[in-house]
Design a protein around this ligand. Sequence first.
Ligand code: PFF
Length: 454
Amino acid sequence: MKKRAKFSSKLGIVLASAGSAVGLGNVWRFPTEVGEGGGAAFILVYAFCVLLLGLPLMVAEFIIGRHTHKNTADAYRQLAPRSGWIVQGYLGVFTSWFILCYYSVVAGWTMKYLVEAATGGLGSISDSSAYFSAFSGATWEPLVYMVIVMLLCHFVIIHGVQAGIERSSKLMMPLLLMIIAILVVFSFSMPGSSEGLTFLLKPDFSKLTSAVVLSAMGQAFFSLSIAMGCLCTYASYFTDDVRLPKTAFSVAIIDSIVAIMSGLIMFPAVFSVEAVTPDAGPGLVFITLPNVFHIAFGSVPVLGWFFSVMFYLLLLLAALTSMVSIHEPPTVFLIEHFKLSRPVATAIVTIACIVVGSLCCLSFGPLADCRPLFGLTFFDFFDFVSAKLFLPIGGILISLFVGWRLDRDIIVEQLTNGGTVRLPAFIISVFLFLLRWMIPLAVGGIFIKELGIL
Ligand code: PFF
């Protein structure tokens, strides 16, 4: 039998996992949510969500993946044969594919903006809002960019675990971290930037409503790539000497640092330009910021050019490393379950994503009024189903599975690397308590409230 692939080094493992976590969610969603959710007050709630909900779930997924060394669906089949838990395995495979379909659309937008920034086109836009609507609402251009980023992702995945995922992460992640550090320094050097910093970091506890707590939790899950099959899949390539809790902690730290640094880039830059008020979500990145670059560096255009190229390159790198991690779960499922070769499996996933992703892409233009499912556009439907339904359901199921169903010996063996690493018994008890009670209750409660069931 052919030997299953593994990552070749601990650094590769941390960088690939952090590459999955660090994505569009960090660079555009986090700063907006901080701004709207009470600044440092939101960051505090977010930190609790990462520590008490995100980290244990990440470790739980790592345990399942590394113990079985299988794709997500077959991992659950092995651990709980002939039981309903297998549904959770398939959910992981499906969710990642669902996310890839609409994530690639936004990744395509970042590539378009990078190209425009590099060729100087962004500097000559007079109305960035109209520009964004015209571009995202067009038929061919956003489609072409989406296909290009999908093909880049395809190119990485087709080369497999070490030569594809690991090598590209080792290249892209250090570059991404370097760019973000340069941009923070740059942003702070802009006049009036301290106001933006105050906007971002001043704690306003009056804004902490249950909806804000909910979005902090959703953001923590999405940002850490939890419950989407990809952490479990990556962990199935981990070597036996890797310490799972330590790896999860490193990933969470890198992810949170990048999120906070993104806020430190955006708001000081935005506030240094008086005429601009920050938009939310995509508007911040694709409408407000081009304006900022334009106005702030009007007198020194080369700096505006540099800042915008670096920024959209950062966004594209972040998107690509995450896309790679959501392409892999369905691909390795097809390889192992249906005995397909990697090139064939990769091609099937890529083509399926391009076909469905096209519907999401055209949701902003020709298909804007086509709302066959729950009155949502295709893009919103895929976003809603994966991030608002599958993600919390997956989170609850994973915590219940590892907390109640999985053999405790397997958990201890994985956490201690077969007894070679000392781990105080109370840490295992706290871990199990969080998985058995705290996470299902917290996530379940918030989920029910959000869907308006109660
Ligand atoms: N964590 C990524 C982000 O913050 O953008 C998005 C993501 C990647 C979600 C991988 C889900 C996933 F499986």
